[in-house]
Design a protein around this ligand. Structure first.
Ligand code: SF4
Ligand code: SF4
Length: 123
């Protein structure tokens, strides 16, 4: 037992210092989807293919659409990004999404100015 304790004194810790030190997610990690609504054509293929019914498309003008994603329903599968024919949906590495009020998890990506930020947990 003493040898185990002594060995552990000189080993690197198994844990990380998150959240003090930001954690960089690995490549291809699927976090929150983000949408550049400027390029959306309103086809609703993403709505059809989303397995959790998390996406709503709002018409806001002639050939202008806003995409709303409910991150409280999203299962972070990435299907919407694969399905979108205009490739305006990206899967970001953003994962710090906790909110007290679940309505704040409904993110609207406005046609202007384009890519909206993920919800700010401090907001
Ligand atoms: S990542 Fe999956 S669950 Fe989330 S909005 Fe896209 S298709 Fe729906
Ligand atoms: S699939 Fe792409 S282009 Fe079609 S409605 Fe969804 S975000 Fe817009």
């Amino acid at each position: 037992m003493i040898s185990t304790v002594l060995r552990s004194l000189f080993r690197k810790p198994a844990t990380t210092r998150y959240p003090k030190v930001p954690f960089i997610m690995p490549d291809r990690f699927r976090g929150a989807p983000v949408v550049d609504s400027k390029g959306c054509i309103g086809c609703k293929i993403c709505v059809r293919d989303c397995p959790s019914g998390a996406i709503t498309i709002h018409t806001v003008g002639e050939k202008r659409f806003e995409v709303e994603i409910d991150l409280g329903r999203c299962v972070y599968c990435g299907q919407c990004a694969d399905s979108c024919p205009k490739k305006v949906i990206e899967i970001s590495p953003s994962f710090e999404l906790a909110q007290i009020d679940r309505n704040k998890l409904k993110v609207v990506f406005h046609a202007d100015p384009g890519i909206a930020a993920c919800p700010d947990p401090e907001a």
